[in-house]
Design a protein around this ligand. Structure first.
Ligand code: HSE
Length: 313
């Protein structure tokens, strides 16, 4: 039996929502799991381009293709949760989501692997259980929650391990421009520069701005959103890892119509949120800044993907 799951890309944090806010984007990975009948063949993980060509080994250096893979780890946890061991599995990942760019590529394979394995096992786990395993593997729920549920999601893993998820309504008229540079930044490195503890005033700053953000989204209040999209818990520390980040943020700070500019997840991609602003102007300004530093760019204006991961065959 073979199951394929299509999973959207995600952008986490949205500035002040570090480790708890994320939205789904219409770029997809397709994860297929097939139970192979030959005993002893073990686990096979293949990573392919959209055209089903094998991906350059180099690109996937940081994604092990054996039992150490995060996909395998997630699938194994699901099997173990019902007292079983995964047997011979062939896992194919057809990849459109750029890797190590802050767009949830690892969350997508975890979620895709889990949903496919769950179907193979006769759906023993509900969405909450899948979210919980995916969060365990990823370490935080802000990418896996929108990857599973779609849309714009507030997600928290509570101290007892339980997951709280709330879908929020993203205003239709707010455009999201995703700016993807041609260099990689692993989440591990981007988290390693964060301090273990922060000043009380920085924690209060983020709490206030996250509260403003939720209110701004609920009321479609672009003016309040512009004030809300600031962060003191992760972006200031990550600036040194993302050349051009501060220039890009500065360039749009005083532009009417640009609501805000934030790091996408752990970076290095950036999200620019705007309303009625000339999108070509955003593209050319970001291009100018990054290309001035010899960084090639892929810039796309996208709508939020309202649908989460779905089984396609
Ligand atoms: N919230 C996470 C971070 C997202 O910023 O490190 C990256 O996976």
């Amino acid at each position: 039996m073979k199951v394929s799951v299509k999973v959207p890309a995600t952008s986490a944090n949205l500035g002040p929502g570090f480790d708890c806010l994320g939205l789904a984007l219409p770029i997809y990975n397709t994860i297929t799991i097939e139970e192979t009948v030959l005993p002893g063949t073990g686990i096979e993980i293949n990573l392919m381009t959209e055209e089903e060509q094998p991906l350059d080994e180099m690109i996937f250096d940081n994604i092990p293709k054996d039992e150490n893979s995060i996909i395998y780890k997630a699938v194994e946890m699901l099997y173990n949760s019902i007292g079983q061991e995964p047997s011979e599995l062939k896992i194919n990942v057809q990849s459109q989501i750029p890797i190590t760019r802050g767009l949830g590529s690892s969350a997508s394979v975890v979620v895709g692997g889990l949903l496919a394995a769950n179907k193979l096992l006769g759906n023993p786990a509900d969405t909450t259980a899948l979210l919980s395993i995916a969060t365990e593997v990823e370490g935080h729920p802000d990418n896996v929650a929108p990857a599973i549920l779609g849309g714009f999601v507030l997600a928290s893993q509570e101290d007892d391990g339980s997951i709280i998820c709330e879908k929020l309504n993203w205003p239709e008229e707010w455009d999201i421009t995703v700016c993807i540079p041609d260099f990689e930044l692993s989440t591990n490195i981007a988290r390693s520069v964060l301090p273990e503890s922060v000043k009380l005033q920085d924690a209060v700053f983020n709490a206030k701005h996250l509260a403003m953000l939720i209110q701004a989204v609920n009321n479609k209040d672009a003016k309040l959103m512009k004030m809300a999209l600031h962060d003191k818990l992760h972006q200031p520390y990550r600036e040194k890892l993302v050349p051009g980040m501060s220039e890009i943020m500065e360039a749009f700070k005083h532009e009417d119509g640009v609501i805000g500019c934030v790091l996408s997840g752990a970076g290095p991609s950036m999200l620019i949120i705007s309303c009625g602003y000339d999108l070509d102007k955003i593209k050319s300004k970001v291009k100018e800044i990054w290309e001035g530093q010899s960084i090639k760019t892929d810039i796309r204006t996208l709508k939020i993907e309202p649908k989460g991961a779905e089984i396609i065959e």
